[in-house]
Design a protein around this ligand. Structure first.
Ligand code: HEC
Length: 101
């Protein structure tokens, strides 16, 4: 059996599933229970077109500073007060995991 992770260990997937998925959905399609009620609804990270106009830097900025920082909805709040830059980079990688090949 694997050793239990240190209490302070950051798990991007677990964070996404508990914190982000309420709006973004566990598969990143923008269909979380809270997300369905938003206007605009969060875009689907599984949509090829989404990735045509967004790079890592943009995704990082949105997560850290919020939607308003990139001219999008302020309902996507910034998480920079809660997560370190390293943790946000891990979240960026997790979000990129929804990108279709
Ligand atoms: C309260 C609901 C809510 C939560 C919780 C939330 N988001 Fe969002 N998020 C949104 C909305 C709404 C948008 C769409 C903004 C727009 O298109 O104007 C969005 C957009 C985004 C985008 C794409 C921005 C773009 O360019 O279209 C990313 C990436 C993102 N969120 C990541 C996250 C991550 C990572 C978390 C968890 C740390 C998170 N979000 C938590 C509501 C939420």
């Amino acid at each position: 059996m694997a050793a239990a992770p240190a209490p302070a260990a950051f798990d991007a997937a677990a964070t996404f599933n508990t914190v982000c998925s309420t709006c973004h959905g566990s598969t990143g399609m923008g269909d979380g229970p809270a997300g369905m009620a938003l206007d605009p609804r969060p875009a689907s990270f599984a949509d090829v077109a989404f990735w045509e106009t967004r790079d890592d830097e943009h995704i990082f900025k949105v997560i850290k500073e919020g939607g308003a920082a990139v001219g999008r909805s302020p309902l996507m709040v910034g998480w920079g007060a809660m997560y370190s830059d390293d943790q946000i980079h891990e979240l960026v990688e997790h979000v990129k995991g929804f990108k279709p090949e």
